[in-house]
Design a protein around this ligand. Structure first.
Ligand SMILES: NC(=O)C1=CN([C@@H]2O[C@H](COP(=O)(O)OP(=O)(O)OC[C@H]3O[C@@H](n4cnc5c(N)ncnc54)[C@H](OP(=O)(O)O)[C@@H]3O)[C@@H](O)[C@H]2O)[C@H](O)CC1
Ligand SMILES: [K+]
Length: 540
């Protein structure tokens, strides 16, 4: 797994490295050389343009320029001011050194000049703004960014694409869209979520020093990005000795006369993700409609209120059904009512491994007046419990309904409020967003995000079904629950990728994702078992 550090902690790593004898100037030298190396690895690089800012990100650019020149590349550094006028000592020194080595410069070019230079270049290195970027991009960089993006030249972003916050993943204005981002020391959260997902291209981490790995791990990573082989531990071993009851059984509780489809999607996903036996429990008033859509899945009718939601009288029935299952998923389409709140409370008190999604989460928010972190006893269990809120649901759970998490780091922080208040290793919050964090008490794991096709109605119901299915197949015996949830997210994303191949990038519906789950599960299993045979873009 690759550690992800908050930007302020990256600065602490730099300091720690200086203490073990790697100076900041040496780090800058290595950062520039690493960027040059990655640019050369793109191939066919005769002419390179380096867009240098006025801080240390620019400093990396001057070092890269010198390194490229030494490799026989025709290099030009574009800078807003003369190298001698740079105010930072380090950046000025490396810039002056590069000029002495023969690197040519273009100071404060006009738009036409810059466009001409970019069109004659094989690659552009974006070294305008790095982790020191704040506020809105100011001139001239806003214009330079526009020129780079419209030039069509290959772009290598150094540390972070200029205009993107490496911490929040937000790019409020102009932002470089890179083909490749060479980021220094370790991953930062903003590269992995929100605008970061669209502008980084593939990501390469340059460790810069052999001590880095250990120091980064000691710096308390905010999350860990998974590699495929990490999933080996939670993959079910292939076996032929199976019957329908040895592959786990799932109960899905949900639905209302208003929302009939959500529990169907969840139950079908649970079955396609490998559970041997799935039962669907819905309000009795919608049973005929539901049963018509699922031939293989028995549908149980639950006592129903006048408004078409599950009533309080369903509690003993649901509790009894749950007892016999290896996992329960509750929430899809169930709405929030006195009856559904009672059912969710009863399931929380039952010992069966449980996944709560959608309205089941809103029921908890109602139960706890939107302050789940103040009611840890509600979640305290000795068997697995997975909550799968998207950003708005997460906000509602932790008293931030008006101000839900707006970035991956916010999501992780809010999810941690919940898992840390509980403190048990049986609870995981799968905080869904443009990047999803599977947050347990010890670790937050970031699966590789799936394609944009996942952003379709019902997709969350499918994920809930997959997680319940995977949980059921372990019979509650899972050492690393966050990792199992991350694997489920990865499967969800991979199935959506396969569905896109059939349905087009904008044509995918949730049921198409379900149809690909079986194939995706097999393919993922093979890629995990034989990761070297896969040359995919795992860093994206
Ligand atoms: N992590 C490492 O090991 C190393 C990282 N290095 C590189 O250093 C940068 C961080 O360098 P820093 O000098 O702290 O910051 P930047 O270069 O990213 O940015 C500072 C300059 O940018 C100006 N700025 C800030 N915001 C804006 C804006 N919105 N519009 C225009 N200009 C902006 C800022 O000007 P101020 O007036 O605000 O001060 C500065 O001029 C890191 O990303 C790595 O690339 C080193 O190589 C060492 C190793
Ligand atoms: K940059």
């Amino acid at each position: 797994m690759q550690p992800v550090l908050n930007v302020e902690d990256v600065k602490r790593v730099e300091v720690a490295l200086t203490r073990v004898g790697v100076s900041i100037s040496e780090l800058m030298h290595r950062a520039g050389c690493a960027a040059a190396q990655e640019a050369l690895a793109l191939g066919d690089v005769q002419n390179a343009v380096i867009l240098a800012g006025m801080g240390n990100n620019g400093g990396d650019g001057w070092v890269a320029a010198e390194a490229l020149l030494a490799h026989g590349v025709n290099v030009k550094v574009v800078t807003p001011i003369e190298p001698d006028q740079l105010s930072g000592d380090l950046a000025r020194q490396v810039a002056q050194r590069a000029v002495r080595a023969g690197v040519s410069t273009l100071v404060g070019p006009s738009r036409d000049e810059l466009e001409g230079l970019l069109s004659a270049s094989d690659v552009a290195l974006d070294c305008m703004l790095g982790t020191g970027f704040h506020g809105d991009v100011r001139a001239p960089f806003d214009i330079w960014i526009d020129c780079v993006n419209s030039s069509g030249v290959r772009v290598v972003a150094v540390d972070v694409p200029s205009g993107l916050s490496a911490q929040t993943g937000h790019a409020p204005g102009a932002c470089v869209v890179a083909d490749l981002t060479v980021t220094m020391l370790c991953l930062k959260p903003g590269l992995l979520a929100d605008d970061g997902r669209d502008v980084c291209g593939s990501i390469v981490v340059a460790p810069l020093a052999e001590q880095t790995e250990q120091i980064v791990v000691e710096a308390d990573p905010v999350a860990w990005r998974t590699d495929l082989e990490d999933y080996l531990d939670v993959m079910a071993p292939p076996t032929t000795a199976v019957d329908k009851f040895s592959r786990g059984s799932v109960l899905v509780v949900g639905g209302s006369s208003r929302f009939v489809g959500a529990p169907i999607l969840a139950a079908r996903a649970a079955a396609r993700a490998g559970a041997g036996y799935v039962t669907l429990a819905v309000p009795s008033c919608i049973v005929p409609q539901v049963q018509a859509h699922v031939l293989e899945i028995p549908v149980v009718g639950l006592p129903c209120d006048e408004d078409g939601t599950i009533s309080k009288d369903a509690v003993p029935i649901v509790t009894k059904l749950a007892e016999k299952r290896s996992a329960v998923l509750a929430g899809p389409g169930m709405r929030v009512s006195g009856g559904t709140v009672a059912v969710v409370s009863a399931l929380l008190a039952s010992p069966t491994p449980l996944v709560l999604d959608a309205d089941a989460l809103n029921c908890i928010a109602r139960l706890t007046s939107g302050k789940l972190q103040d009611f840890p006893e509600i979640l305290r269990r000795s068997t697995p419990l997975v909550l799968t809120p998207h950003r708005r649901e997460l906000g509602r759970l932790v008293g931030k309904e008006e101000n839900p998490p707006a970035s991956l780091v916010d999501q992780l922080e809010d999810a941690r409020k919940i898992v840390w208040s509980d403190g048990g290793s049986e609870l995981v919050v799968v905080a869904k967003g443009t990047a999803t964090g599977c947050v347990g008490v010890e670790q937050a794991i970031l699966p590789k995000p799936g394609p944009a096709a996942l952003a379709t109605a019902g997709s969350g119901d499918v994920l809930g079904g997959i997680i319940a299915s995977k949980l059921a197949q372990t019979y509650g015996r899972v050492d690393n629950l966050p990792l199992l949830c991350a694997l489920s997210c990865e499967l969800h994303g991979y199935a959506a990728t396969l569905a896109m191949e059939r349905m087009g990038s904008r044509g995918v519906m949730a049921s198409d994702i379900i149809d690909e789950l079986g194939i995706a599960d097999d393919a993922l299993g093979e890629r995990v078992t034989f990761p070297d045979a896969d040359n995919g873009d795992e860093n994206n």
